[in-house]
Design a protein around this ligand. Structure first.
Ligand code: SAH
Ligand code: SF4
Length: 435
């Protein structure tokens, strides 16, 4: 989500005539797009800002901007902490960057953090890839998970109109993009703030309806979406994914904890049994699907037994990948105030144990690719080896292969290549192109 916002803001700067500087210490304008999901992400911003604030003393024309979720969370307080800042702007204001910079040019120090209806994308994003594009479909989140800062910094849900989404994807297709990833914090909530009920009384503008609506855009070969919320994930969605050939066989569905008591304290709104049912339904209809998730360990009051319930779910489901994190108390969230916080040692130890299991499970799961042929969409040259290309399988596995085939054909970004997998690692594969 942050990368997509950064691309939109970079697009606006480019339209305004700005060019990319060699590095952040020579730039005339520096914009940090920040994340506050955990404390360590937030702390990074302050160390970067310290350096820039010093530079401003010798480079008075330097424009210094903090955008994103730390900006939203801290607002005016950020100006007090770093008075050298010119602009502090929350994520809902990303599309207004040009207007905000012109206020700075008029001599103001600007804080833009008020609740804002996101204008339909006037901004043309500067895409970092020529092959795979992010497309926001819903901003914000109306859930209230007790650990999570997102609703307070990204605001209420705002779905984009299906027509605007389709137009953006058509534009991407015209420019040669092959893959789109639809984005939302809780993508299953898509459309609940849009009008429309069908004659059968069902809501019309759901994620499933959107997938059917955008599926046939010429040139787009692959469609992905993230992040799914188990509370709202429907069988109708799984059926659509099974029926629609361009939807990739990969699902990112965080479960956060394998323990029902903890899930309740997190206010997640589902049980682990319901979660497993979703996974089994996916595997019944789409057997080759890969499944990834997010997990938090050492949530306040989590017992050893409850932690082991999380490990148990990972063993049972055999995830292809799990993003793991130790619980980090966040401002304005209920769980941060609870007295039963766990120690740093417990956090580190549980995270270590969890990561070992995740790695082992992912590797075992990857063995199903051994000697199998996978379709890889080439994204770029492997930065660590210029003779290799890198891309992803439909199941979202990072895959490397030589850029020349045995008969000297040169592959390039954007190509869909059949690759026979011969090396397996925990989080990536290597193979040889076969056609
Ligand atoms: N909307 C998505 C995830 C958004 S945040 C969802 O509901 O799943 C991405 C991930 O960061 C979360 O899934 C969670 O695992 C992690 N996370 C969020 N808040 C956290 C916190 N306070 N401490 C540790 N991890 C956190
Ligand atoms: Fe945070 Fe929960 Fe919303 Fe995800 S669904 S962004 S975890 S509040």
């Amino acid at each position: 989500m942050n990368k997509a916002d950064s691309e939109r803001m970079a697009g606006i700067l480019q339209e305004m005539g700005y060019q990319e500087a060699e590095n952040e210490l020579t730039a005339d304008l520096v914009l940090y797009n920040t994340c506050t999901i955990r404390d360590n992400a937030e702390q990074k911003v302050y160390s970067y800002l310290g350096r820039q604030a010093l530079r401003k003393k010798t480079t008075p024309h330097l424009k210094l901007i903090v955008a994103g979720c730390v900006a939203q969370q801290e607002g005016e307080a950020l100006l007090r902490r770093v008075p050298e800042l010119d602009l502090v702007m929350g994520p809902q204001h990303a599309n207004r960057l040009e207007t905000l910079i012109s206020q700075v040019d008029n001599g103001h120090q600007v804080v833009a953090t008020e609740e804002h209806h996101i204008l339909e994308d006037l901004a043309i994003a500067r895409r970092d890839s020529q092959t795979c594009g992010w497309v926001n479909i819903i901003y914000g989140c109306n859930e209230r998970c007790t650990y999570c800062v997102v609703p307070s910094v990204r605001g209420k849900e705002q779905s984009r109109e299906p027509k605007a989404i389709k137009k953006e994807i058509e534009e991407l297709a015209k420019r040669g993009f092959k893959e789109v990833t639809l984005l939302g914090q809780n993508i299953d909530a898509y459309g609940r703030d849009l009008p429309g009920i069908s004659s059968s009384g069902r809501r019309k503008n759901t994620l499933t309806d959107l997938l059917y609506y955008i599926h046939d855009i010429n040139g787009i070969e692959r469609i992905r979406f993230a992040t799914s919320h188990p509370r709202y994930f429907t069988n109708r969605l799984i059926e659509a994914c099974a029926n629609l050939p361009k939807i990739c066989e990969h699902f990112h569905i965080p479960f956060q904890s394998g323990d029902n008591e903890i899930l309740k304290k997190m206010s997640r709104g589902y049980t682990i049994e319901k979660y497993k049912k979703i996974i089994y339904q996916i595997r019944t209809l789409i057997p080759e699907a890969s499944i990834s998730a997010d997990v938090i360990v050492a949530f306040p009051g989590e017992t050893k037994k409850q932690f082991h319930n999380t490990l148990q779910v990972i063993k049972e489901i055999e995830f292809d990948q799990v993003n793991t994190a130790a619980y980090s108390p966040r401002p304005n969230t209920p769980a941060a105030l609870w007295p039963n916080q766990l120690s740093e040692e417990v956090k580190v130890e549980r995270l270590r144990e969890l990561n070992l299991l995740v790695e082992e499970t992912a590797k075992r799961r990857n063995f199903r690719y051994k000697n199998k042929i996978q379709e890889v969409l080439v994204e770029k040259i492997n930065p660590k080896d210029p003779n290799q290309l890198m891309g992803r399988t439909r199941t979202n596995r990072l895959t490397f292969f030589p850029k020349y085939s045995s008969d000297n054909h040169l592959y390039k970004p954007g190509d869909l290549v059949k690759v026979r997998i011969n090396q397996i690692r925990s989080f990536s594969l290597t193979g040889l192109p076969i056609e």
